[in-house]
Unconditional design. Structure first.
Length: 457
């Protein structure tokens, strides 16, 4: 069996196994915002009554088939616990179909595998919160609106994925009203690129958000946390200092994007442009949407997302992070330093995936009540590192999950380690003879074939 075929089989098997572990390898529950969404959906479908509430019903409405199936079997709540896993699976399938003509097959499989096993997605699919729906709808929607695999955008058939994509993006933004800023940045960028107004998705989303707030008496009026030792606690709404909020969202040990979505720090534009300008465009749109989320939540009193695993409000960041990391893993012309940086980000990303799946239910008791900020800012109580402090006894499910992530890391890292070793050896040989690395191993001239002006390789 050829190596390429074997690699495709292993990649696909690891992706499938990862989705299975997300579904059955961790506890699923209805808590917090997710439980509130479940109650509102049950009130609407069970009693035909639209309940008041702050949390959008757009995402939960797509769970109606699961709720009905659960109602027929006697337990809608049990079925809805697995709604976000279903959304993830559908999103992965849609992303594959949209990218299969744009990305090298190996890079595409690595991208999907990193989303499943090298990100904090496990925490998002373990409950009925709304971030998974927004991430899938916006992420895949922007893909559909940007990537046209068969027909140009001007062709009647080519307009279908574009319209469907922007519709999905609009619904995803409505499901998370704070993402309107991100949608505004995206549509603004598209307006500049096309030199014509592209504001329909933003306008439609803003109207739908306003209608839902009015109809359901929402809007988070008076929403606040409890007073703690933290100087800006106990205040309502957008009361957190913006600069401190941005710093905390990016760099805090318990919620910082640098630690939980490390692929975001890797340079990407040049490598993506070299492969396909459309990939660079979708990366930019994902990053703009993420930037909008950071701007929106930086001043929110609950920028941290409460007692949840990691920075859940910024889940969409796993998509650009996984894309750039997958591309860099396939880069065969990088410097040793670039290889080391990529390997380090891969290691941390793999641990994020492992910890979020295996230890998503592990909470420091010290972080309860007024000391919750310990989980937000200190490394000892960060969900990433607390397992090393607590050293819990592992269950069979946890051991299996950790073993899976070790295998995934080894599988993805092995080719990179080989290229790093070869690159470092070439650098050492070049230094020994005083020759630039690109001259250390001159290539023989191409053999000229019988045809004039052609060569065979």
């Amino acid at each position: 069996m050829r190596y390429g075929r074997l690699r495709a089989i292993v990649d696909s098997g690891l992706i499938a196994l990862g989705v299975v572990l997300l579904a059955v390898g961790q506890p699923h529950r209805l808590i917090g915002d997710g439980y509130s969404r479940y109650l509102a959906l049950s009130e609407l479908l069970g009693r035909a009554h639209l309940a008041d509430g702050d949390y959008s019903l757009v995402g939960p409405l797509f769970a109606a088939p699961l709720w009905i199936a659960g109602r027929l079997t006697g337990d809608p709540a049990h079925w809805l616990k697995y709604y976000n896993v279903t959304v993830l699976g559908l999103g992965l399938g849609a992303a594959y179909l949209l990218l299969r003509r744009r990305l090298d097959p190996t890079v595409l499989r690595q991208f999907l595998l990193l989303v499943v096993a090298g990100s904090m997605v496990a925490a998002a699919v373990a409950d009925f919160y709304g971030e998974m729906f927004t991430t899938a709808a916006v992420g895949v929607g922007l893909l559909a609106a940007t990537v046209h695999p068969r027909h140009p955008a001007s062709h009647p058939v080519g307009r279908v994925p574009r319209i469907a994509g922007w519709t999905a993006v609009t619904l995803g933004a409505v499901n998370t009203p704070a993402s309107l800023i991100g949608l505004g940045l995206v549509t603004g960028a598209q307006t500049v690129r096309a030199r014509r107004l592209r504001l329909v998705p933003f306008a439609a989303a803003a109207v739908l958000v306003a209608v839902e707030i009015v109809v359901r008496n929402g809007g988070y009026v008076g929403n606040r946390g409890s007073q703690t030792i933290m100087p800006y606690s106990g205040r309502p709404g957008f009361s957190y200092p913006f600069v401190l909020g941005v710093a905390a969202i990016l760099f805090s040990f318990g919620r910082g994007l640098v630690f939980f979505i490390p692929g975001l720090v890797l340079p990407a534009r040049r490598r993506l442009l070299a492969r396909d300008p459309k990939l660079a465009e979708i990366y930019l749109l994902w990053m703009l949407f993420l930037a909008g989320l950071v701007i929106a939540y930086a001043s929110w009193w609950a920028w941290h997302g409460g007692m949840t695993w990691g920075p859940r409000f910024f889940l969409l960041g796993i998509l650009p992070a996984a894309l750039v990391l997958a591309v860099r893993l396939d880069d065969r012309d990088a410097s040793p330093l670039a290889y080391v940086a990529t390997l380090g980000v891969l290691a941390l990303s793999s641990w994020v995936g492992a910890a979020s799946t295996a230890f998503g239910q592990l909470w420091p008791p010290e972080c309860s009540g007024g000391l919750e900020s310990l989980c937000h800012f200190t490394p000892e109580f960060s969900p990433l590192w607390y397992p090393f402090v607590a050293r819990p006894q592992l269950s069979t499910a946890q051991s299996t999950t950790l073993a899976y992530h070790v295998v995934v890391f080894g599988w993805l890292a092995a080719p990179l380690v080989v290229r790093l070793a070869r690159s470092a050896a070439a650098q050492l040989r070049a230094a020994a003879v005083g020759t630039p690395p690109d001259r250390a191993a001159p290539q023989p001239p191409a053999r000229v074939s019988g045809r004039t002006g052609t060569s065979s390789r």
